[in-house]
Design a protein around this ligand. Structure first.
Ligand SMILES: [Zn+2]
Length: 281
């Protein structure tokens, strides 16, 4: 997960350039400005950082297949998050974690259905399979129908990180990578730790096969590039504009290579072993 720190004025300018008058049009549709979010997010899912297919504005069918709009605050209803799916964990710690949480208002946030600060693009699994209508919070659910995102964030304290826009979180403050594995930073306070862990658990960022496989494939490219000092390739893979996805994971791996080469080598070996185990013989 990566911060997309666009200001409100820059976002509005980009929206207006894409679809003039969209911000004040009564019958506006999200799909008309979806590409703005794709560009700002570098064609990556906001939550899992996997690469989204690059499509042009008119490829509506393809967009619909692979890329979802996420309303961060669900527009019609909020469902209580029951905790991490039991099949993925060996203990019931996560259920305990979920018990300490509340949920956004049962009727959702219809007032934010067309709010540009409540949008992001996400991959199908993150949006449909994992997030759905869950909106766990640490604070008090809004009962006023407010459209003030800063106020809502302060009162509700969303348990999920949302790294988009002027009120967005900086995931680097919450999450850390060791090779393909993501964990909550251990230097953060309890509330921040809960937010980090709920985000990892709800999206299963640490165990989804597809994400682990993609991150390990990138480590397999990075290690030899680092060894032969191919700085252009390394910089390209780790750039904000990179189409590879998983930028945070790659940057952490490059930093590890600089600090602890033996661990980086072991992670590379583990990635190779993993890939071989997945390759049909
Ligand atoms: Zn995703």
């Amino acid at each position: 997960m990566r911060r997309v720190a666009v200001s409100l004025s820059d976002l509005d300018a980009a929206i207006d350039a894409e679809s003039q008058g969209w911000l004040t049009r009564p019958n506006r549709k999200w799909s008309e400005i979806k590409v703005v979010y794709l560009r700002l997010q570098g064609w990556k899912c906001l939550f899992c950082e996997s690469a989204l297919p690059e499509v042009d504005h008119d490829s509506a069918a393809l967009v619909a297949v692979a890329i979802d709009i996420d309303h961060f605050r669900p527009k019609n209803k909020c469902t209580i998050w029951p905790g991490r799916r039991p099949a993925s964990v060996e203990t019931n710690t996560m259920t305990v974690l979920a018990k300490g949480l509340r949920s956004g208002p049962a009727g959702g946030y219809p007032q934010l259905a067309l709010d540009r600060l409540n949008y992001a693009v996400a991959c199908k699994p993150c949006n449909s399979s994992f997030k759905g209508t869950y909106f766990p919070i640490l604070g008090t659910p809004d009962a006023t129908g407010s459209t003030d995102i800063a106020y809502l964030n302060q009162m509700e304290q969303p348990a999920l990180l949302f790294p988009f826009g002027p009120h967005g979180d900086d995931p680097a403050q919450f999450l850390q990578f060791m090779g393909p594995l993501v964990t909550a930073r251990n230097s953060i306070d309890d509330a921040a730790g809960t937010r980090a862990q709920v985000t990892i658990d709800l999206f299963e960022l640490d165990t989804r096969e597809s994400l682990l496989g993609e991150r390990m494939a990138l480590i397999e490219r990075l290690w030899p590039a680092l060894e032969r000092r191919d700085e252009a390739l390394v910089a390209g893979l780790c750039a904000d504009t990179s189409r590879s996805g998983h930028i945070e994971c790659q940057r952490a791996y490059v930093a590890l290579y600089g600090q602890d080469r033996e661990s980086a080598r072991l992670l590379y070996e583990a990635a190779l072993t993993y890939t071989r185990s997945k390759t049909p013989r």
